[in-house]
Design a protein around this ligand. Sequence first.
Ligand SMILES: [Ca+2]
Ligand SMILES: [Ca+2]
Length: 173
Amino acid sequence: MKKEIVFCFLLLFLFLCCLLVVLAAEADATPVVSRVIDGDTFDTTSEGRVRLADVDAPEYGESGYYDAKQFLEDLVDGKTVILDIDDVYETDPYGRLVCVVYVRHNSTHFVNVNKALLVEGVAVIKNYDNEFSPYAWTLYVHENAVPEFPSLLVLPVFMIITLLVVIVYKRKD
Ligand SMILES: [Ca+2]
Ligand SMILES: [Ca+2]
């Protein structure tokens, strides 16, 4: 009987460990876009200013600025977005969060906003040293594949570890 209790606590402990690992890797946020600044920058209600990673849209005064800004506004303004924040540097020299941004497209898919700007032709790739590779992006991403989306990733990890623990435990008996 005592053994079972210890075992339950062990599992609980393991579950919390898994949860912590997943949450620690979770650099994401899901703020609402409050204002689009230009084609590659916007403000959010809770996370401050976001700079879209690895893309470059025209600055104010440059040709294409309004098209890029309008496109980004249509795509994200006032909406809840998922931020995949750069794990390497997190922010740029201006303190803006460097992110790949996802916005819901339909019941199953999200749009990679960074990629959408490239596909629309209102921004170009500028591949900085960070965790992202713009050449690997796809426009539509299944919700289960949105990177670091606060998913149920913890469950399969926990199940695998539990299985291993059970096997080891059984062997001891
Ligand atoms: Ca990240
Ligand atoms: Ca990059």
